[in-house]
Design a protein around this ligand. Structure first.
Ligand code: AQP
Length: 334
């Protein structure tokens, strides 16, 4: 039976990258009649330092962003990871299945740990095994993610296959990464070779879902670009990372293909394209930001939604955790 699982780290305010690469598609998937489970992965967030008050606020704000983007907490399960303890428990079991050699190849660890990997937390290194647990705990078959998470979903498939092989079972299904649309990798507005990220020190590099209209317009106006007009054909964007990024963002926001966008704006300079993009971005993001502000006025309501989601997630997760441990030879006598 198809089932979708995906998560977002509440490690800061969410960006346009998170919206186009994840949230917008999460809401669409729910409308395709597939069971959808969405998680605010707070246990992942603490792999790098989080101020406790900020983590609480960011978790509620991310929940508000899901709901404001169209995820219906009645039709989908929406919860924060740490309220379902089976995630951490299965992660331990999978830590014992995953091989060091596999973990050493994970590029996100290298990117996030930087040059001084000795100072990184053990959790940051083990992050992909926890992510595998998140997905396998629900026997999820599809994982909608941005490009950057593809390697982790592939590792999840390797872990599932090794578990099944070692224990002579077909217990874990192999999940497929779903990487779709024009904006699977939204890039920084300051550097077309870096992904737009909530933890980038430069606020000008990203559009936050909570930015007001003036801020959005200013960031787009100041986005780094080359001086050439837009090409009429998609091939013309090949060596123009910044221009390609803005065209992809426009396409994703307008539900168009990049080719259609160039059909409209090919030959135009950024003096015309950037204001059009800013207007579109404001039109699409303002209702989300307004709804987030409204929801954030009632943190108790958000906490109740997360609690209800956690109860429903737990009902699926507990039996799967129990069966996993039993397959591994652990006594379950209560
Ligand atoms: N720039 C992006 N373009 C497309 N998709 C993106 N995603 C993140 N950035 C982009 C997708 O959003 C989902 C949640 O990601 P996450 O918050 O769990 O972690 P991340 O991928 O590490 O995102 P950030 O914003 O870069 O966070 P930090 O800065 O904390 O590391 C995923 O589906 C991801 O693909």
């Amino acid at each position: 039976k198809p089932r979708i699982f995906s998560g977002i780290q509440p490690s800061g305010g969410l960006t346009l990258g998170n919206y186009l690469g994840a949230l917008k598609r999460f809401a669409q998937k729910q409308d395709e009649g597939i069971e959808t489970i969405y998680c605010l992965v707070d246990l992942h967030a603490i792999t790098v330092w989080q101020e406790p008050e900020a983590l609480r606020r960011n978790t509620r704000e991310a929940a508000a962003a899901f709901i404001a983007s169209g995820v219906d907490p009645k039709r989908s399960i929406l919860f924060n990871q740490s309220q379902v303890s089976a995630h951490a428990e299965l992660a331990w079991a999978l830590n014992c299945v995953a091989r060091l050699g596999w973990m050493n190849r994970m590029t996100q660890f290298k990117d996030k740990a930087g040059k001084n990997a000795e100072k990184a937390s053990l959790g940051l290194y083990a992050y992909p095994a926890l992510m595998a647990a998140d997905i396998l705990l629900y026997h999820a078959t599809m994982v909608p993610v941005g490009e950057d998470q593809k390697q982790h979903v592939e590792l999840t498939r390797d872990i599932a296959a090794k578990f099944n092989h070692d224990y002579g079972t077909e217990f874990f299904p192999s999940p497929e990464p779903l990487i779709e649309g024009a904006a699977t990798r939204v890039m920084s507005l300051r550097d077309g070779t870096k992904k737009m990220s909530k933890s980038d020190p430069s606020d000008a590099s990203r559009i936050n879902l909570t930015d007001d209209a003036d801020t959005i317009a200013k960031k787009i106006r100041k986005a780094v670009t080359d001086p050439e007009p837009l090409p009429s054909e998609i091939e013309g964007l090949k060596d123009r990372a910044e221009a390609r990024n803005l065209v992809n963002i426009y396409a994703a926001l307008a539900d168009m293909t990049p080719t259609q966008v160039l059909g409209e704006y090919g030959g135009e300079g950024f003096g015309k394209f950037k204001p059009a993009l800013a207007e579109l971005a404001v039109a699409k993001l303002a209702p989300i930001s307004d709804e987030m502000t409204r929801l954030m006025n009632d943190p108790c309501e958000i906490d109740n939604i997360l609690g209800d989601g956690a109860n429903r997630a737990d009902e699926i997760a507990q039996p799967i955790l129990g069966q996993t441990l039993e397959i591994m030879g652990m006594i379950r006598s209560r």
